[in-house]
Design a protein around this ligand. Structure first.
Ligand code: SAH
Length: 384
């Protein structure tokens, strides 16, 4: 059995460094690249990264990397990899994805077909199966992915199953939910710490509130879902059970959190309540129907994180202009609070009435958005 794996955690554009930090927090060394973070490790690393990474999309095993300019080189390159260490007889192994960028080989369906043939050939030889009979594929699934970038082929097996943003707590969503891993990344990019008050004034389905609570309580985001590797026969499932139990034991239910979500839409608050309950956080997160224009608080040094409607998505332009303007007025008295606002509106600062201290470009799906960051006064003084 393999002791050590080359691994990648995939990440949305702009979030690679956040994922890198999370991997280092697991005490695993890593290298941040475009769209992914590379690391090495044993089965413990596969389990821990899937259970604990909040901002990554998936964790994949790098089966091999080589150069291929022709289909013959692709076939031979794939056939030479150690598939017998991963795929037991009977495994399902779809070539789920092939991506070709700036390469001689660019016909993705053909790349998939050749890759499939190469793996089949290798397994037929290894398991002494006749070539005339198709290999049985009724067992656990191993999703194989290929990326060919500038003629460099990477062959990967997905260990996660469904994407890691699917935590298993989202019962229901609103019209424009933010992906859970993106919400977690934004919280990690902010200056929120669990001892500070946290408000999402346009909380929708409560994604930010739930992710903040899970961070605050040290709750692993993967505890409520399963992973592809949990169906693999060669994988040490006792170890998985042990690390799941360990993660359960690490949840800090004594930490005092002050996390609130508000939304103008009563139905969204109902949705938010269902999600919060599914996450087991109903005693932790306060939810209330309220307009952000009515936000008032005596508390200090808090953090507001918001993903308000953007023109493209939920409201017409005029309504957005008014909303952002009123947001600026409502937030202005909260001088010691930091505000992090995610929107695709390039005129946001003008409408809000204040230039941001910092801006960070991100992608919400394919939509380019900016995280406008306004730091509370105390933080500003500390920085001088
Ligand atoms: N991040 C959320 C999605 C937010 S969509 C999620 O992951 O689900 C924007 C939300 O802003 C919508 O739910 C909408 O009802 C709410 N909203 C719009 N105008 C508002 C206002 N004036 N005050 C408070 N909430 C408002």
């Amino acid at each position: 059995m393999k002791e050590s794996f080359n691994l990648v955690a995939t990440a949305g554009a702009g979030l690679e460094a956040v994922v890198g930090r999370e991997i280092r927090n697991l005490k695993i060394d890593c290298q941040v690249e475009n769209g992914k973070v590379r690391f090495q490790g044993d089965q413990t690393a596969i389990i821990r990264s899937n259970l604990w990474l909040r901002s990554a999309d998936r964790v994949k095993i790098v089966v091999g990397e080589f150069t291929a300019l022709t289909f013959e080189e692709l076939f031979q390159g794939i056939k030479s990899l150690d598939w017998e260490n991963y795929l037991p007889l009977g495994a399902q192994f779809p070539i789920a994805k092939a991506k070709c960028v700036k390469s001689q080989l660019h016909n993705e369906p053909s790349v998939q077909a050749v890759a499939k043939k190469a793996v089949v050939k290798k397994l037929q030889q290894y398991y002494h199966r006749p070539e005339s009979i198709p290999l049985p594929e009724h067992g656990a699934e191993f999703r194989i992915e290929l990326a060919i970038v500038k003629n460099q082929v990477s062959v990967l097996i997905d260990t996660s199953g469904s994407s890691l943003f699917k935590r298993g707590y989202r019962v229901d969503k609103g019209g424009a939910p933010l992906k859970e891993n993106m919400a977690a990344a934004i919280i990690e990019l902010s200056n929120w710490y669990p001892d500070k008050p946290f408000i999402d004034p346009t909380c929708g389905s409560a994604t930010f509130c739930i992710e903040a609570a899970m961070i605050g309580m040290n709750m692993a985001p993967g505890l409520r879902r399963s992973f592809a590797f949990e169906s693999w026969s060669w994988f040490d499932q006792e170890l998985t059970a042990k690390l799941r139990a360990e993660a359960e034991g690490q949840i800090d239910r004594t930490v005092e959190l002050d996390i609130s979500g508000f939304d103008i839409d009563g139905r969204m608050i109902e949705t938010a309540k269902k999600n919060v309950a599914a996450a087991g956080l109903e005693d932790v997160i306060k939810l209330k129907q309220m307009r952000l224009q009515d936000l008032k608080t005596e508390k200090i040094n808090g953090v507001i994180i918001a993903n308000p409607p953007y023109g493209e998505r939920l409201l017409d332009d005029k309504a957005v202009n008014i909303l952002y303007n009123e947001m600026g007025q409502a937030f202005a008295p909260l001088k010691t609070w930091s505000k992090f606002i995610l929107t695709s509106d390039e005129q946001f600062e003008k409408k809000y009435g204040m230039p941001a201290d910092k801006k960070r470009k991100l992608y919400n799906g394919t939509l380019k958005v900016d995280l406008y960051q306004f730091f509370g006064e105390r933080v500003k003084r500390a920085q001088v």
